[in-house]
Design a protein around this ligand. Structure first.
Ligand SMILES: C[S@@+](CC[C@H](N)C(=O)[O-])C[C@H]1O[C@@H](n2cnc3c(N)ncnc32)[C@H](O)[C@@H]1O
Length: 242
């Protein structure tokens, strides 16, 4: 069984892999900076990335210096991505219309990294096929019996919620409909999927056609522009597995 992980960020991918020990893991995301960071962690020695991260500092000026920097080396770019993700406001990843990362400084008290974990991640990623692109492109990699883990940005219709507002731009309801079509293709391939997504009427209409097992989960979320938007989130986990 191959594990196909589309739209995955570092931590979950590792937890999944550590937990499942899949034979032929494959991960994919449309965020080029993220995938470059993965690739650099595998290709270049992770020690170079760690060395670079150790040079970075936790101050407002330094943060904007790193945010504005145009690094040439992939390990410097990977260190920049990891640093910004850690030190930015609420760990949000956002780019402006020119594709430039524009999240403000997060005023974190501590600047600390779990370097051992980064080294563990780079070890795990060594056996992983890594792809950058739209989720639909990954369909050709899915074979009978595979397990596909799908974790899209949570977008719904109108929540007047800054975070949803931002997400809608990167992942629209039409993208959710495309994802639902892909789930149909995954099932026709006799493969399995697990999808996490927002628990919302508009998505129940889109994914309800599959009549698959759906579990509702509540969780706390610290991500979101304004304090009020953080708090309890209702999510669904949907699967055609048992
Ligand atoms: C909710 S995050 C995934 C979080 C991750 N699974 C985790 O738990 O750490 C959604 C991801 O979907 C990616 N994404 C957005 N639109 C996409 C698309 N059309 N195709 C592939 N990936 C996409 C984003 O770059 C982001 O990394």
């Amino acid at each position: 069984m191959a594990l196909i992980n589309i739209m995955s960020l570092l931590l979950v991918a590792v937890l999944f892999f550590f937990h499942l020990h899949p034979e032929k893991p494959f991960i994919s995301d449309s965020n080029q900076d993220l995938i470059n960071a993965y690739a650099a962690m595998v290709k270049d020695c992770v020690d170079l990335i760690v060395e670079h991260l150790k040079k970075f500092k936790n101050s407002k000026d330094y943060y904007y210096k790193v945010r504005g920097a145009k690094y040439k080396n992939s390990y410097q770019q990977a260190a920049q991505f990891i640093y910004l993700n850690q030190m930015s406001f609420n760990g949000i990843y956002r780019v402006n219309s020119m594709g430039e990362y524009n999240v403000p400084y997060g005023y974190r008290e501590k600047y600390q990294f779990d370097y051992d974990n980064l080294k563990k991640v780079s070890q795990v990623l060594k056996n992983v096929a890594i792809n950058s692109g739209d989720f639909q492109e990954t369909m050709s990699n899915i074979k009978e019996g595979d397990l596909v883990f799908i974790d899209p940005p949570y977008t719904v219709t109108h929540n007047n919620n800054g975070f949803i507002e931002y997400n809608k731009k990167i992942f629209s309801l039409d993208d959710q409909r495309r994802l639902s079509d892909m789930i149909g293709q995954i099932k026709e391939t006799n493969a399995f999927y697990i999808m996490t997504n927002a628990n919302h009427e508009s998505l129940k209409l889109i994914f309800g056609i599959h009549k698959d097992k759906t579990t509702i989960m509540e969780r706390n979320s610290s991500i979101g522009g304004i304090g009020a938007e953080r708090g309890k989130y209702s999510e669904i986990i949907m699967t055609n597995g048992v």
